[in-house]
Design a protein around this ligand. Sequence first.
Ligand code: TXA
Ligand code: MG
Length: 382
Amino acid sequence: MTTREFNTRILKVKPESVVFQPGNDIPIISDKDTEDNLLLAAKELSRTSNPIGFPTETVYGLGASALNDESVRNIYKAKNRPADNPLIVHVASVNQLYRKVLGNERIPDIYQPLIEKFWPGPLTILLPVGSNTPISPLVTANQDTFAVRLPNHAIARALLALSDEPLAAPSANASTRPSPTLASHVEHDLQGKIPYIVDGGSCDVGLESTVVDGLSEPPVLLRPGGISLEEIKKYGGEPWRNTIVAKKVAGKEEPVKTPGMKYRHYSPSATVVLFSHCGDGKNAINQYLERNHVDQNTKIALLRSRFFTEAKNINPLIIVDKCLGTRGLEISHNLFAYLREVDELGVDMILVEGIEDTNEGLAIMNRLSKAAIVQVDGSNYL
Ligand code: TXA
Ligand code: MG
């Protein structure tokens, strides 16, 4: 039985009405409703332990104070997230990070070029947990590091500054579901479980932040995301040129550096099949459907990208045909939203055209290979 603890309210805000002056965390807000709604949400964050949904430039987050055990416990509960998968701490500014979290600890030098280039933005860094840290141990799942980022979204930054709380915020989806890029996605997954969803429209990036560990030697890309590996190597300075990519899926016995890697993820209800190197898709898809005895009652959706031909040229069982886009940024932006959209049409199977895993493709293929139950690689048939 599902319990409805809250009558979830959607708080509409206009991101373009929120402006930050250089050097000042507190924004100037020109739209009255936006100001009222942000103050209401910020008050909820600073005075209660209830998590709320809010937009960032990557995906919607489910935020609550990172400094309070009860608040963090409520995040895990609302999402139904396993307690050993740690959360990212979000801050309004480097100043707030020092003032509220780090105290006398310093950010290690290795991160300086990346922070200068990519903050605010979709880059998450690992920092050592100091001995006097005020961060709840539930945020870090008792690891000796914590993850932190400074989001590049006016609404996220305003909430962080107005509440003056560093917020622990995982993506605001129910655990195992695709991350939300619209307020309606959050509502679908978490309605009744949280008091407010701040609706600031669609998220630009569409995939989560890149998580890097500069405390290891060589540095490790733990999760590909909104900033590409190529950009990290280019702008990070000497040590980052040797960055290694963490293994995608951790085996049972392996120590898991990014614990999020061992769980089922990003999954719609329909079966996702991922095709790579399959030309225009026609032969590969028809062979797959035949070999798996997919019958006439099966409803199939196709998400194409660069090379697949339209569904009508492939197979009549495909009743939904959408193009994710051809450029990496476009595909990232659309991926989770389209997976949810076609899933809600009630299809049984979603066939997705993969892309090369360079630049934005690394993060896109990382998410798709976790969402997919089966992967068909055309280069195996050559
Ligand atoms: O773009 C994003 O990062 C979004 C928005 C809301 O900011 N947040 C997000 O959070 O994607 P979440 O919880 O869905 O993913 C956090 C990832 C997980 O893979 C987790 O294992 C990893 O960051 N992580 C967090 N703390 C860590 C730590 N101390 N060491 C290693 N990995 C960590
Ligand atoms: Mg997530």
